[in-house]
Design a protein around this ligand. Structure first.
Ligand code: SF4
Length: 240
C-alpha cells in the first residue's frame, strides 16, 4: 500500500478494503439481511473510516463498527446505543456540537476530536480475530502517522483497543514504557515522544457498550470525566 498524503486520501482507499474475508462476508451479509427496524434503509456494508477533522488533537479509539450501527450508517459509533452514550458525553463536555449521532447527514461535528477503531469492519459478535486486528493495523498506523503533528491525547475505549493500539503508538513515535501500561478505566499514562514530536497523553475508559452502560458498570458521568480530562490534556478544553 502506498503511503497517503492526507487522511481523506487514506479513507478513500480504506472504504474499498477487502483484506479480511470473514469480515467482508459478514459486513455484506448484514447489509442485505438487515435488522427489521431498518429494513427500508440502504446499509453502508463497507469499512467505516474514522470520523472527525484531520488536525485532531484528541483521538478516541473504540473496537470495531457495530453491525447495525456504523456498518449501517457509514460513520463510527453512529446509529447505535454505544454511539448514543459516546456522543452525548462528547457534547456534554464541549467536544461535539450536538448530543446525537443518527446518520451521516445529521450535521454532527467534533471539535478537534476524531473517532476511530483498530478494526474498521463490523465483526460477528463484535469480536475480531487477532489476525483481523493485525491485518487492519495498516490503517491505524497511517491514521496515527497523519495525525501525529497535532495529536496530543488518545482515549481508548476498552481493553481490545488498548492492546491493539499500544504497538501502533510505539511505531508512530511514542515508545511504550516497560512494564507495559495496563488498561483500566481512568488509566492515564504520558508517553514521551521519541523524536522532536510532542508527548502523548493516553487514557483508558471502559467501552461504551450496552453491556457496560446497561449494567451501570459505566455511567455517563464516568465517560464525561475521562473525556474532560483528555480534552484538557489535548488543549481543547480549558484547565479547571
Ligand atoms: S477490517 Fe480492516 S483490513 Fe480487514 S477488510 Fe476491514 S478495513 Fe480491511
Amino acid at each position: 500500500m502506498e503511503a497517503h498524503a492526507t487522511l481523506a486520501e487514506m479513507d478513500g482507499e480504506l472504504v474499498d478494503c477487502r483484506r479480511c474475508p470473514r469480515l467482508v462476508e459478514w459486513r455484506e451479509r448484514v447489509a442485505v439481511e438487515k435488522r427489521a427496524a431498518f429494513r427500508d434503509e440502504t446499509y453502508w456494508g463497507r469499512p467505516v473510516p474514522g470520523f472527525g477533522p484531520d488536525y485532531a488533537a484528541l483521538l478516541i479509539v473504540g473496537l470495531a463498527p457495530a453491525a447495525h450501527g456504523g456498518n449501517r450508517t457509514g460513520r463510527m459509533f453512529t446509529g447505535d446505543r454505544s454511539g448514543d452514550v459516546l456522543y452525548a458525553a462528547l457534547h456534554a463536555v464541549g467536544l461535539a456540537n450536538q448530543p446525537t449521532s443518527i446518520h451521516i447527514g445529521d450535521g454532527l461535528t467534533l471539535r478537534g476530536t476524531r473517532v476511530t477503531a483498530p478494526v474498521h469492519c463490523a465483526p460477528p459478535d463484535n469480536k475480531p480475530t487477532p489476525t483481523e486486528r493485525d491485518t487492519c493495523r495498516r490503517w491505524i498506523d497511517e491514521e496515527l502517522r497523519l495525525l501525529s503533528p497535532t495529536l496530543r491525547a488518545v482515549v481508548v475505549l476498552g481493553g481490545f483497543g488498548w492492546q491493539a493500539l499500544l504497538p501502533a503508538l510505539a511505531d508512530a513515535g511514542w515508545p511504550i514504557p516497560r512494564p507495559r501500561p495496563k488498561f483500566g478505566h481512568g488509566a492515564h499514562v504520558v508517553l514521551p515522544a521519541s523524536g522532536s514530536g510532542h508527548d502523548l497523553h493516553l487514557f483508558g475508559c471502559f467501552h461504551v457498550s450496552q453491556q457496560n452502560t446497561f449494567t451501570g458498570r459505566l455511567t455517563p458521568a464516568m465517560v464525561e470525566a475521562v473525556l474532560s480530562e483528555a480534552g484538557r490534556a489535548a488543549g481543547l478544553l480549558p484547565q479547571e
